[in-house]
Write a protein that binds this ligand. Structure first.
Ligand SMILES: *Cc1c(COP(=O)(O)O)cnc(C)c1O
Length: 317
């Protein structure tokens, strides 16, 4: 992994490439008490040609910067962050699996200042590190997701949902676990006051033979890089792409396909929505042809099988 320390006064030090090992934190470290932690998640894919490519590095670096700003952590400089990520992938290049596996890259930033009195202050010092791990395919075959709709409780708080912060996951966890216990679901789709937002860790899309619809991200919805990529590709493939509000009744009555998008899941088909205990089948309950077509189009770019017309992949040599 690559790691660098920072202070609010002096900024970032010099990154070091080190073996993955435990880190030592004082029990009074800011992150352990006041949640000063943000992260990113992106992937490096090994193509059929053996070349390893990082997908949309620039967008993930920008989002890491925004998330840090949300938590009053010092914005990591673009070039430093890109270099740290690329250096880490280079060091781990032999461990990048073939498709459908990939190397998952997890940039992480925490506040380590020792001061339990700093509840109302940003941490003065901390760590920024890039951790990687080989991962397999998330969903393959005929598997579809069961998703419960939650209309009362929030995933995050208004405005803060844009930050990729552990705190948002902590907030959603109990709701996700309750739904799993009651309905054997994989995830919860948050739809405060009947307006669909997203699930705990992925964006939500309605898909048909000619349309792709997803709620606008302003405010509470994480601005997913996969979401943006799918919308761009769908537009180029001739789908009618709309970013507009979706109500719960529109989603449950859609009658076509639905999917979740995210770096880990890519584009995962939703088979069932559950609202107030009633189950609604999406399409025929199996992965739909449009979802698979969009997913494969994205995957072909990630694996270097097709022309990278949008400049999304960064080969690592
Ligand atoms: C990471 C994340 C996503 C997916 O974003 P990608 O950039 O596509 O990986 C969606 N929602 C939440 C809450 C997330 O944390």
């Amino acid at each position: 992994m690559t790691t660098v320390s920072w202070t609010q006064d002096d900024g970032y030090g010099t990154p070091e490439l080190v073996e993955v090992d435990d880190i030592t934190l004082h029990p009074g470290a800011h992150v352990l008490h006041y949640g000063s932690a943000v992260f990113e998640g992106l992937k490096a894919h090994r193509g059929d040609d053996g070349v390893v490519r990082i997908f949309r590095l620039d967008r993930h670096v920008e989002r890491m910067q925004r998330s840090a700003t949300f938590l009053c952590l010092p914005e990591p400089p673009r070039e430093l962050t890109e270099t740290m990520i690329i250096d880490t992938v280079k060091a781990d290049i032999d461990e990048v699996p073939d498709a459908p596996g990939a190397l998952y890259i997890r940039p992480t930033m925490i506040g380590t200042e020792i001061n339990i009195g700093a509840a109302a202050h940003e941490p003065k010092s901390g760590l920024f590190y890039i951790l990687t791990s080989p991962v397999g395919a998330y969903f393959e075959g005929d598997h579809t997701l069961r998703i419960a709709i939650e209309t009362k409780r929030l995933r995050s708080t208004p405005g803060f949902g844009e930050a990729k912060a552990g705190a948002n996951y902590a907030m959603a966890l109990r709701i996700v676990r309750e739904a799993e216990h009651m309905y054997d679901t994989d995830q919860v789709l948050f739809a405060p006051d009947g307006q669909i937002e997203e699930t705990g860790a992925a964006n939500f899309l309605l898909i048909s033979d000619d349309a792709v619809v997803t709620p606008p991200t302003e405010g509470n919805i994480l601005n997913g890089v996969t979401r943006d990529s799918i919308l761009t590709l769908a537009h180029g493939m001739g789908y009618d792409v709309a970013e507009r509000p979706i109500t719960v009744s529109e989603a449950t009555g859609w009658g076509h396909e639905a999917a979740l998008s995210g770096t880990a899941a890519v584009l995962a088909p939703v088979g069932t929505l559950i609202h107030d205990g009633i189950e609604y089948q999406m399409g025929n309950g199996k992965p739909g042809p449009n979802t698979l077509r969009l997913r494969d189009t994205l995957r072909d770019i990630q694996l270097g099988r097709t022309d990278d017309a949008h400049g999304w992949v960064r080969p690592v040599t």
